[in-house]
Write a new protein. Sequence first.
Length: 225
Amino acid sequence: MPNLDARLQAVLHLIQADVHADIGSDHAHLPIRLAQLGRITRGVIVEVNPGPLEHARVNVARAGLTDRLEVRAGDGLAPLAPGEVQSASMTGMGAQTMLGILTRTPGRVPDALVLQPNDSPEPLRRWAQARGYHVTAEVLAPGFWRYPVLHLERQSGPDPAYVGLPAGAALRYGPLLLREGSPLLREQVAADVTRLTPLAAPGRAATHELDVAQSAATWLSRDRK
């Protein structure tokens, strides 16, 4: 069985579906492990680059899962038929790259998504709010840096996860993560306040970022009482 780091373990535990797609899978370790553990019945692995594509095919064959995991060449969600999968995951990419994939083929975006961007997930949370997806689970995984993992589900109405929270802080740090107030998140918020304080000045972007970080720190402090 392939070994997954803490980041991919966090992603794995948020996936449970009949048919699931892993986009930009690279080595295919995540979908292989999902199939081995019975968290998915069938999987579609999508890779645009020839090297990782062949790597994924070799690993799926070695795992004896060619009857359950199909490897397809293509860009993002384009190789999927509309409604073919119930959920999809994207990991190890920038948030803007993921946003491009989601917006290029809107008719192929499934009802459930698990996203692990390598930078701020705020653009993905804004996209989710605009497209009718709710944040149903969030994890901050340790590693080279703190990796945010989001589980999004298409649901009707406003997302209740944001109710009662400072809007900017919830979009930046995550509504469910703010409510949980884990030590990892507290460390991240404190580090942001320290980093941004000497950079803040009227008219600078850092001033707005500092205001957001300070509002998160205030919420977390209030939550601890």
